[in-house]
Design a protein around this ligand. Structure first.
Ligand SMILES: [Zn+2]
Ligand SMILES: [Zn+2]
Length: 595
């Protein structure tokens, strides 16, 4: 089948390992299902093949063993095609790569938008060998965004998730992290576990869990387990006293219990309370340690506890907020990985752009972490973070492609993207597609944009031009962290104001152009850009007030903006746009009021 002929399928068989389960079985059934759609031929599956191998037809040579667990090879021969992979997950990637070679195109927006061509003529196949650039290619979400205690919200979201997980399988992702906060009552969404496991996608749990690993009930008997303030007073808020051996042992034992209770957990994320300058201990023994050292002590203790219990897993230490710089004197355990989450960086420039004064600090910190952790680094990126961008459109595909080139050059083995379900897919599709493509190969930003815009048919190139224009405009304002929290320092406010004022008329024009196409999907994009315009009108007011020394009061502007999203159909904005974005508006308004 070096020349793949649909007629040859009549007598073909798909052969997999007799003992195969999980992703190999799923890979075979996906190949069978799509071939039937393309040719009308039902190819039977036989369980008499070799491990981590799938043969369509018959093969005479077995490709040489692959080096990495993430690699695969597609080897066409006259009588058949052999797919061989380093893992069952990679074998599924090989099947999707073969189907893409036969003309299939996947969609971020679900099965209805996939392209599955009718195959009548034969297709020339070449040998394909691939090893993704990053060994871990994952997505992350806060568990609270599922609203799992509110059935009226929760059940409607699961269908969206299943569609996304299916796309993750097709686009090469292999990990998903559920981020827990102390007020969450669960570590995962059990209903979705089978969807991940079927595709060989690893589940990772944890998040801001250190306050949970030391149960607060212990405070009455053991206040010395808990953090001390500068005046020496202990409190049951925050994390724990990392100079107290019993406190560390307790936290470690509870982490071991997590892994025993949830054996599917492939990595454990052990982060402190989600606070700035808060949560760590200042007792006489801890005061000499940086907050980074204190956080790392907990991770080391957990890693050792897991190892001793025979359930070793990678343990992720978080570099974020006040732990972003690599101020460490403690040496990381060999199973501890640094998770680098540069949320306050500038997204108008690549993280290693020497012209960006903000990002220099982050690139330097990352390089230091790569050294200190001997390359055991995971990047946690915010390319789909609807809170950071406050729900605004923010295509930054060029920045993402350049960031990921840099991360790959540093030898970083893993990268995760934070997103909030359907809203992120609607508002940040180019970011997510660029991420997905760049996590597997180099040099792809423009390809991702072009591929995405094909869904707009005859308007594809006009829409692609609008996304380029939008990216140019937003580059000048995605520079300072949370969009809804513009700088309060006068010199920074003075520098930002003209950029915001320059963006507003461009956004108005881009929104009008999207509207002019008239179809529902593009009208929804027009509304998203109009909302972005509304939020930036609020930011402009905020900056004016700051510079004039007035009390800052842009609430009416933000409320008007939100009304634009309230009118958008739920099939675009999802649960997050319907429920969480209005909550975010209220939270930010309350915070502004309290200033
Ligand atoms: Zn202490
Ligand atoms: Zn910058």
């Amino acid at each position: 089948m070096a020349n793949f002929a649909p007629t040859a399928l009549q007598s073909a068989t798909i052969r997999i390992d007799a003992a195969a389960g999980g992703a190999v079985t799923f890979a075979a059934s996906e190949l069978q299902r799509y071939l039937q759609r393309m040719t009308g031929v039902h190819v039977p599956i036989a369980h008499d093949g070799a491990p981590k191998t799938l043969v369509l037809g018959s093969a005479t040579t077995m490709p040489a063993a692959l080096q990495g667990t993430q690699s695969f090879v597609i080897n066409p021969e006259p009588a058949g095609v052999t797919l061989r992979a380093g893992s069952s997950r990679a074998l599924l990637s090989a099947v999707y790569a073969l189907l893409e070679r036969l003309g299939c195109r996947w969609s971020l927006h679900g099965l209805d938008e996939e392209i599955v061509p009718r195959l009548d003529a034969s297709v020339q196949l070449d040998r394909i060998e691939q090893t993704p650039r990053f060994a871990v290619r994952g997505y992350a979400s806060d568990i609270m965004t599922w609203h799992y205690t509110q059935p009226e919200h929760f059940h409607g979201r699961l269908d969206d998730d299943r569609s996304f997980i299916d796309w993750m399988g097709k686009s090469g992702a292999n990990a998903f992290l559920y981020i827990r906060h102390p007020f969450d009552t669960q570590l995962t969404i059990p209903e979705l576990i089978p969807d991940f496991q079927r595709r060989g996608i690893d589940l990772e749990y944890g998040g801001h869990v250190i306050p949970l690993l030391l149960p607060r009930e212990l405070y009455r008997e053991h206040p010395d387990y808990f953090p001390a303030a500068a005046d020496g007073a202990r409190t049951d808020l925050g994390n724990l006293c990392t100079s107290n051996a019993a406190a560390l042992t307790t936290a470690s034992a509870n982490a071991v219990q997590y892994v025993r209770d949830y054996p599917e957990m492939r990595a454990v994320h052990i982060w402190g309370a989600d606070l700035w300058h808060g949560g760590w201990c200042r007792c006489a023994d801890c005061a000499t340690l940086s907050v980074q050292d204190q956080s790392l002590r907990v991770c080391n203790s957990v890693a050792q506890g897991l190892d001793e219990a025979g359930v070793a897993r990678p343990v992720c230490y978080l570099a974020y907020h006040d732990t972003i710089d690599a101020e460490l004197s403690v040496h990381p355990d060999r199973n501890v990985v640094v998770e680098f989450a540069p949320r306050e960086r500038c997204y108008g420039h690549a993280i290693n752009d020497a012209a960006c004064t903000t990002n220099q600090r982050y690139a330097a910190a990352l390089q230091r972490y790569v050294e200190l952790f001997d390359g055991r680094v995971r990047i946690f990126e915010y390319y789909g973070d609807a809170i950071l961008y406050f729900g605004c459109a923010a295509p930054i595909s060029d920045v993402i492609a350049a960031d990921m080139d840099y991360y790959a050059r540093l030898g970083v083995p893993g990268i995760t993207l934070l997103q909030f379900g359907s809203y992120s897919l609607w508002a940040y599709p180019l970011n997510i597609l660029t991420f997905a493509t760049a996590s597997r190969q180099a040099g792809v930003a423009a390809d991702a944009r072009r591929g995405y815009c094909e869904r707009f048919g005859s308007r594809a190139s006009a829409v692609a031009d609008l996304f380029v224009a939008l990216e140019d405009v937003m580059r000048s304002v995605t520079t300072y962290g949370d969009i809804r929290r513009p700088p309060r320092q006068l010199d920074e406010a003075r520098r930002l104001l003209p950029r915001v004022e320059g963006a507003l008329p461009c956004l108005a024009r881009i929104s009008e152009c999207f509207s002019s196409f008239g179809d529902d999907t593009l009208l929804a994009q027009a509304a998203l850009v109009r909302y972005t315009h509304g939020v930036l009108t609020g930011v402009r007011q905020h900056l004016h007030d700051t510079l004039a020394g007035h009390p800052r009061d842009a609430e009416a502007r933000y409320t008007e903006a939100l009304q634009v999203i309230e009118a958008v159909d739920r099939r675009f904005k999802g649960l997050w746009g319907s429920v969480d974005l209005p909550i975010m508006h209220r939270l930010f308004a309350a915070a502004a009021h309290a200033e």
